[in-house]
Design a protein around this ligand. Structure first.
Ligand SMILES: [Zn+2]
Ligand SMILES: [Zn+2]
Length: 157
């Protein structure tokens, strides 16, 4: 699926091909909550890094979170340095992938048939988890990748 995205002020626009465009994965970790998750979680999609094109690259900044171990995360959180919109995560550990935030995408995304709630062990006490009957919940990482979830639901192209 071809996705177009932008930050709120419009300084950064991007497009990317996504093989995992269903916004089903909600991450409640403190990094996602603070940087991109006003509702308590953020949603990342799975896309092909080689297809990413960016307009206004000079307006980007990158945040590398400090982990509990004291080390900087390898994940590079790209955001607009003018308006602060969280745009995508790129991690050189998986160089072929890029994870755009669903919130930055302007193309209408498909509604997921069910959700995965991850990192619930880190969720804030005020966050209500809207866990529907077929949803799956994990205190830390889920046992299924973005790609495997799409495959299991027959939603791969
Ligand atoms: Zn902006
Ligand atoms: Zn997270």
């Amino acid at each position: 699926m071809h996705l177009q995205g932008s930050c709120h002020c419009g300084a950064v626009r991007f497009s990317v091909e996504a093989h995992q465009p269903y916004p089903f994965m909600r991450c409640y970790c403190s990094i996602c909550r603070k940087t991109a998750g006003g509702g308590g979680y953020a949603i990342n999609l799975g896309a092909d890094y080689a297809s990413l094109t960016v307009e206004g690259e000079e307006h980007l900044s990158i945040y590398r979170a400090r982990l509990e171990s004291g080390e900087a995360s390898t994940g590079q959180r790209h955001f607009c340095r003018h308006c602060g919109s969280a745009l995508w995560l790129y991690d050189p550990t998986w160089p072929e992938l890029v994870h755009p935030h669903a919130s930055a995408i302007d193309t209408p995304l498909p509604l997921p048939p069910e959700h995965v709630h991850m990192m619930l062990g880190s969720r804030a006490p005020w966050v209500e988890v809207a866990c529907k009957p077929n949803d799956r919940c994990f205190d830390d990482y889920p046992d299924e990748s973005l790609a495997d979830w799409h495959r299991r639901h027959g939603l791969t192209d």
